[in-house]
Design a protein around this ligand. Structure first.
Ligand SMILES: Nc1ncnc2c1ncn2[C@@H]1O[C@H](COP(=O)(O)OP(=O)(O)O)[C@@H](O)[C@H]1O
Ligand SMILES: [Mg+2]
Length: 262
């Protein structure tokens, strides 16, 4: 049976006990005889928690994220997001090129129902938060790749919901820009208290950012293993502790890939 429930929601005053919960989630596209893309996923993201979902390309990470986002319904199992529609951020910033940076953020605020009078001030505040002071009136083509992803992050933060879903948002950026954005994301995460479910195939990135790393196997996508990460933030990608754990996780990821003949 397919169910996608939104427990809580408007009218529920008690703070949500979870940011997201997947119970027995399986998913396949088309023919049911093929191995499912996702199989028996049980995953809970606590309020304010930063979880990295790690796996080889094609293992079903984006599929899982789209189920949490409510863009698709699971073939089986339940997806609960009690805090309302999550915000989304992808590898491509997907900004409207005919709008300025500020207008892109204001559009998200308008869709959320923020009044015209407050939108300008709020978009300035959000662009400041991602350190794009002064970029409010700039058009998208005037911005570098890293700046565009900052605008996309500000736009994601403009959406309501206490859960931010990020699908390889920094994969197309150069290493230095990515490093800076890791620092920014860690700071914004601790400042805003939002839960983050961050998808990546990059082990070091997962260990740099997450409080927890969840490793997904391929075909079918199952939770192979997970690691709680107690290394204090802000971490550096080249920290010895980050490197050591990355090596350990890489071994597990290699085994998963070997098992499925990628
Ligand atoms: N809409 C779709 N229709 C059919 N197959 C799909 C669709 N979306 C994804 N897939 C398949 O599901 C698998 C997982 O894809 P995806 O979730 O994008 O993986 P990842 O994000 O981990 O790289 C892949 O084999 C992909 O080809
Ligand atoms: Mg993907």
């Amino acid at each position: 049976m397919t169910t996608a429930t939104a427990a809580g929601g408007p009218g529920t005053d008690a703070p949500a006990a979870v940011a997201a919960r997947l119970t027995g989630v399986s998913h396949h596209f088309g023919e049911t005889t093929r191995p499912p893309v996702l199989d028996g996923i049980d995953l809970t993201v606590a309020p304010g928690e930063f979880v990295c979902l790690l796996g080889a390309s094609g293992c079903g990470k984006s599929t899982l994220l789209s189920l949490v986002a409510g863009l698709d319904k699971p073939t089986a199992g339940t997806v609960e997001v009690p805090t309302g529609r999550p915000a989304l951020m992808f590898q491509e910033p997907a900004l409207y090129p005919w709008l300025t940076a500020g207008e892109n953020v204001e559009l998200a605020l308008r869709l959320r129902g923020v009044g015209r009078g407050e939108r300008k001030a709020e978009s300035v505040r959000l662009l400041d938060l991602v350190r794009l002071e002064g970029a409010h009136g700039k058009r998208v083509h005037e911005l570098s790749g890293g700046m565009r992803q900052r605008v996309a992050l500000a736009r994601a933060l403009a959406q309501e919901g206490d859960l931010l879903l990020m699908d390889e948002p920094f994969a197309a950026l150069d290493a230095i820009t990515r490093d800076v954005l890791h620092d920014e994301l860690t700071r914004i995460w601790s400042d805003t208290g939002r839960a983050v479910l961050f998808v990546t195939h990059n082990v070091r990135e997962a260990v740099r950012l997450g409080q927890r790393v969840v490793l997904l196997s391929s075909r079918p996508g199952r939770i192979a293993r997970e690691w709680q990460i107690d290394i204090p933030q802000p971490r550096r990608i080249e920290d010895p502790d980050v490197s050591a754990l990355s090596l350990e996780i890489t071994e597990h990821l290699r085994n998963e890939i070997a098992r499925h003949g990628h």
